[in-house]
Design a protein around this ligand. Structure first.
Ligand code: DGJ
Length: 737
């Protein structure tokens, strides 16, 4: 039984072969945290781990007892104001204006499996043996309100998921001012906090900082999870590296505003809090009403960051993503965006598609510009019907012609947005988010539709469904190109305006849910100006995401490396684009562009007809290579070997599940002169299997490659075909004999 309840000590112990998570009911009936980390033996009580010391000036709960103070007790779901001065997990305003609550243990339930969350994405199980869930009910007698804390432990993974649910069972009108998904008090502060930070076109760069007293946090208040910070943090021990040492990962399955915070108190307790950002959130909780938080996925590793990532990859690939594409290799596509931008007609599109088909590409994706009066980014969003001047036979005619070529057809939508110059806006100006009597900011000339209004979501669904039903669409790129501002919804009362940003995201999830249910054969790729909504919430509906608008191979090294900290290779949209690159104007060899893009869902984003015969032939070979090895790349085990954040070389590799095939990607952006010898120790091979190593054309045992290493030294005259020595890359293919 992976969850034990020890009645005599009122202790809960969640454990599997890898981890233990222990907490108990304290003498004031609140929950106290005792341990989270590597698995320890079970025992009847762990009371010795409960630390209290008499601390001068601390507010104490019991008369005659100077030690029991919430000021310094490690807790599970703390509230502010009854001794604890730290930031709380929840904040409830009552009719008398008070924020003071006292949630005490009422009952618990241990169930096989993992219940789903209503209207919210979450990890899941396929049979009830895969996980066990503990549901603990806490109750506040004064306001007659319950909180249910949910903990799921997976059977074979170092994973615990958490969420919280609150229900007003009394007669007061309450306001939830804050309701976080989790809170965890760790007994020391000897950690570095890792976060994924960035901006448009430099998403998810890895950043580290040492925990200090006070608060360190990352967040989004942009209405989407954002490219500034990803909803993920990890706390690693200072000596922890990719393959050694302890690290705790926290990842929020949510696509809107979030807060991930670590508060280190004066006694060195580190309180991790994660959930919906309390700013711009107020949720009236009237009698009978309830609120469900999103889920946090906690991963533990005592073998470094790479093991943490592999756990996230496995879980997110197999038990977060859903649908028929979850287990399928992804189609190799060509997308016309960087090839044509808005300047296309049917002839041009078919011209690219015909060449793509000859080169072995499987899917043609028609990007922005096919609908309404969309000839620039000034107009058309919201008018989801084909522009017949560009496409005389509409999407149905074009898609039929592409299918006749033997290819699949995919299309771009930006469902959440509207331009003022559109029929939709002219008919329904009240459907945008805007604050009465205030100026409304635009972003890329567009405005945000009020997805907290079910009528809007239904209308957009019907428009999209019509296009889909009339055509042969097997792929949809769902874009979202601005963050929210002046948020206010005309369909909500004044008291309910604090619900709008969360309800907007629920509206997005609802539309995804309707579309994926009605059209299960469609592969969705999420996108938000590249990777501004690359988060686990999106992955539940769309198993892949456009990683970044930056398609430069060298820039992509950092972006894809950082993204791999949490997200699997099968989720990362990666394309070969033209040179000079459209974002940084760099000219990298076609080979290097492919060698980077292979480690993703792979495709092309250029006008194939502008390439030379030589280049087209090279692409044909690349496509063939990817068809042969995409199963290994997208579903194998991924290892980071050398970081682009630490030097001039990046190395990563994938190993097939049967350990018979491995592919090592080696990248050296800048040529160097007369450098020393270099080796890289490989990972994940079978030590006793003999592998043939391409490029060197030698046979080596796995143990030699993992211990002596793979030689990557190169001569200073370079081997880059384009002759300048920079932007070199190599793929080493290892095959067991
Ligand atoms: C932003 C996306 O990231 C691009 O790939 C492209 O689809 C454009 N939007 C189209 O407007």
């Amino acid at each position: 039984m992976p969850i034990q309840y020890h009645k005599s000590s009122q202790t809960f112990h969640l454990y599997n072969q890898k981890i233990s998570y222990i907490f108990k009911v304290l003498k004031n009936q609140q929950l106290g945290q005792l341990y989270y980390g590597k698995r320890v033996n079970d025992r009847e009580d762990f009371d010795h781990l409960f630390e209290t010391i008499q601390r001068p000036m601390a507010p104490c709960a019991f008369e005659g007892d100077l030690t029991f103070s919430l000021e310094h007790i490690k807790q599970e779901y703390p509230a502010y104001g009854s001794g604890d001065m730290r930031h709380p997990a929840m904040d409830i305003i009552q009719e008398n204006g008070s924020h003071i609550v006292h949630f005490t243990y009422q009952q618990h339930q241990i169930i096989a499996g993992k219940p789903s969350l209503e209207n919210l994405p979450a990890t899941y199980v396929e049979n009830n043996q895969e996980a066990t869930t503990l549901l603990i009910t806490l109750f506040d007698e004064v306001i007659q309100t319950k909180i249910i804390l949910s903990y799921t432990i997976y059977e074979d993974l170092a994973v615990i998921t958490r969420n919280a649910y609150c229900q007003n069972c009394g007669s007061q009108n309450l306001i939830l001012n804050q309701m976080m998904s989790m809170s965890l008090d760790l007994p020391d502060k000897d950690y570095e906090m890792i976060e994924l930070t960035g901006a448009w076109s430099r998403e998810r760069h890895i950043q580290n900082r040492k925990l200090e007293h006070g608060i360190q946090s990352i967040y989004s208040l942009r209405g989407c999870s954002s490219n500034n910070f990803n909803p993920f943090i990890a706390l690693k021990r200072p000596m922890c590296n990719e393959y050694e040492g302890e690290v705790l990962g926290f990842s929020l399955v949510y696509s809107g505003n979030f807060l991930a915070q670590v508060e280190v108190d004066t006694y060195n307790v580190s309180r991790v809090t994660m959930g919906i950002h309390p700013h711009a959130f107020t949720w009236p909780l009237n009698p009978g009403e309830s609120f469900q938080t999103p889920e946090v996925v906690m991963v533990y590793s005592n073998c470094g960051l790479n093991q943490m990532s592999q756990t996230y990859h496995e879980l997110y690939q197999k038990r977060l993503a859903r649908g028929q594409y979850r287990d399928q290799v992804r189609p190799i596509l060509v997308n016309n965006w960087e090839g044509t931008y808005f300047d296309f007609n049917e002839e041009k599109i078919l011209g690219i598609a015909k060449t793509a088909q000859k080169l072995g590409i499987e899917l043609f994706v028609l990007d922005d510009g096919w609908f309404g009066q969309r000839n620039s980014d000034n107009a058309g969003l919201g008018d989801w019907y084909p522009n017949l001047e560009k496409l005389p036979e509409g999407i149905s005619g074009l898609s039929q012609k592409i299918v006749d070529l033997g290819m699949r057809f995919g299309i771009w939508f930006e469902p959440e947005m509207v331009n003022k110059d559109s029929d939709l806006y002219r008919t329904h100006p009240e459907w945008t988010l805007e604050t009465p009597n205030r100026h409304t900011s635009h972003g890329r000339n567009q405005y945000v539709l009020d997805f907290s209004n079910p009528e809007v979501v239904e209308y957009i669904y019907n428009m999209m469904a019509k296009v889909i039903e009339e055509s042969h669409i097997t792929y949809i790129k769902w874009d979202m190109n601005r963050c929210m501002s002046e948020v206010y919804s005309y369909v909500h009362s004044a008291q309910d305006q604090g619900k709008v940003m969360h309800e907007y995201i629920l509206g997005v999830y609802h539309l995804y849910d309707k579309l994926t249910t009605k059209f299960p054969e469609i592969l969705f790729e999420s996108c938000a100006s590249g990777g501004a909504r690359f988060d686990p919430g999106m992955l539940y509906y769309a198993p892949q995401c456009w990683t970044s608008d930056d398609t430069d191979a060298i820039e992509r090294l950092k972006i894809q490396y950082g993204t791999s900290l949490v997200y699997p290779i099968s989720s990362m949209g990666a394309h070969v684009s033209a040179v000079p690159n459209h974002q940084v104007f760099r000219k990298t060899p076609l080979q290097t562009r492919a060698n980077v893009a292979y480690f993703g869902t792979f495709g092309y984003e250029l006008d194939l007809n502008k390439l030379s015969c030589e280049e087209q032939n090279e692409i044909k070979e690349q496509v063939q290579f990817m068809k042969t090895y995409r199963e290994v790349i997208q579903f194998g085990t991924f290892y980071r070997l050398k970081s682009p954040f630490e030097g001039n070389e990046t190395v990563w590799m994938v190993v097939s599940k049967d350990q018979n095939t491995a592919i090592v990607g080696y990248y050296r952006p800048l040529q160097e002169v007369n450098q020393g010898y270099r080796r890289v120790k490989l990972m994940g091979l079978d030590p006793d299997k003999e592998y043939h190593v391409s490029i060197h054309d030698i046979d080596c045992y796995g143990d030699e490659l993992m211990n002596a290493g793979l030689i990557t030294s190169d001569s200073s005259c370079g081997e880059n075909k384009d002759g300048d020595g920079d932007y070199l890359s190599r793929l080493y293919l290892l095959k067991a004999k």
